[in-house]
Design a binder for this molecule. Structure first.
Ligand SMILES: Nc1nc2c(c(=O)[nH]1)N[C@@H](CN(C=O)c1ccc(C(=O)N[C@@H](CCC(=O)O)C(=O)O)cc1)CN2
Length: 280
């Protein structure tokens, strides 16, 4: 292997150590941070992620409430629960697991969460504040990507960051965060022409498109740092958006799947929940 591995599990463990200290400090002051997670329906991957969030809260001593609602829950019922959680002093963070069933308006739900408890950073106010550089909750996966780069000694200033994918959850916010750190940023997407020509210009390549193994060795220049945000379930198990075996031969540093960005998502959620409790 030419490049070195960016070990998400190891970095997540280190960051969680710091979060643990902050939880302990809050508890000394009589404050227990609290996170409420709402899951609608029975998507197996979502159920697993919610279980992982609950387990991590318990490990860190964060109060955890999980609401598992039936697939046919109405939008009004869901908004009612969010309003109740907005007014609950035990709860510092509220997260609605995505994706939601089709009959529910995702934007309406996310904008009903109190922006001060919006630990996912998906409320329009937090999205807007992030873009203009004001105080905001930073969405967990993009935040995790930036922390991984920083912990791996990768400087962003002046670098060409190419983001493949323009989702609200990952592509757009990670591009914003890289820009704030003085990178030159290109966002590529499904309609981008000559994608390999663009990805080969990257110093740092961040891929979040949800298509198994779509970034091949030929699309990556020697010495690039490659961050794979994709999690795709294929017959052989979990794979990313990057053809790991091929690309690792040319990359300077690369994240694996699993064990790369994934563990950082839940870690940064814990960070945001503790931050919300500290702000209170
Ligand atoms: N409200 C939200 N919904 C969703 C988010 C989000 O940030 N907020 N992100 C994803 C899912 N997600 C957290 O919710 C998540 C995805 C992956 C992992 C993770 O640790 N993955 C492991 C593999 C785990 C496995 O075996 O499946 C890894 O990559 O090593 C954690 C959280 C969509 N929804």
């Amino acid at each position: 292997m030419a490049g070195t591995l960016i070990d998400g599990k190891l970095i997540a463990k280190k960051v969680r150590g710091d979060i643990q200290k902050r939880v302990d400090k809050l508890k000394e002051k009589g404050v227990t941070p609290g996170l409420a997670v709402v899951l609608v329906g029975h998507d197996p991957a979502s159920q697993a992620y919610v279980g992982m969030k609950e387990k991590t809260c318990i490990k860190l001593g964060i109060h955890s409430e999980v609401y598992r609602l039936a697939e046919e829950t109405t939008q009004e019922e869901l908004l009612g629960l969010i309003t109740k959680l907005n007014n609950d002093p035990k709860i510092n963070g509220i997260l609605v697991q995505l994706p939601l069933p089709k009959h529910i308006d995702e934007g309406k739900v996310l904008d009903t969460i109190d922006p001060e408890k919006d630990v996912d950073g998906f409320h329009s106010i937090n999205v807007g504040n992030l873009v203009i550089g004001k105080d905001a909750f930073v969405p967990c996966t993009p935040y995790g990507v930036i922390v991984m780069l920083e912990e791996s000694g990768v400087e962003l200033t002046g670098k060409h960051v190419v983001v493949v994918g323009r989702s609200n959850i990952v592509g757009k916010p990670v591009a914003t965060l890289a820009l704030q750190r003085h990178a030159t940023v290109t966002i590529a997407h499904s309609r981008t022409k000559n994608l390999p020509e663009i990805t080969r210009q990257a110093d740092i390549l961040i891929v979040a498109v949800g298509r198994a193994n779509m970034i091949t060795k030929e699309m990556v220049r020697e010495g690039t740092v490659v961050i794979d945000v994709g999690i795709n379930r294929v017959e052989t198990g979990l794979v990313g958006d990057v053809d790991f075996e091929g690309v690792k031969e040319v990359a300077a540093q690369i994240t694996p799947v699993p064990g790369g960005v994934g563990p950082m998502t839940i870690t940064m959620l814990m960070h945001n929940t503790v931050l919300s409790a500290e702000r209170r």
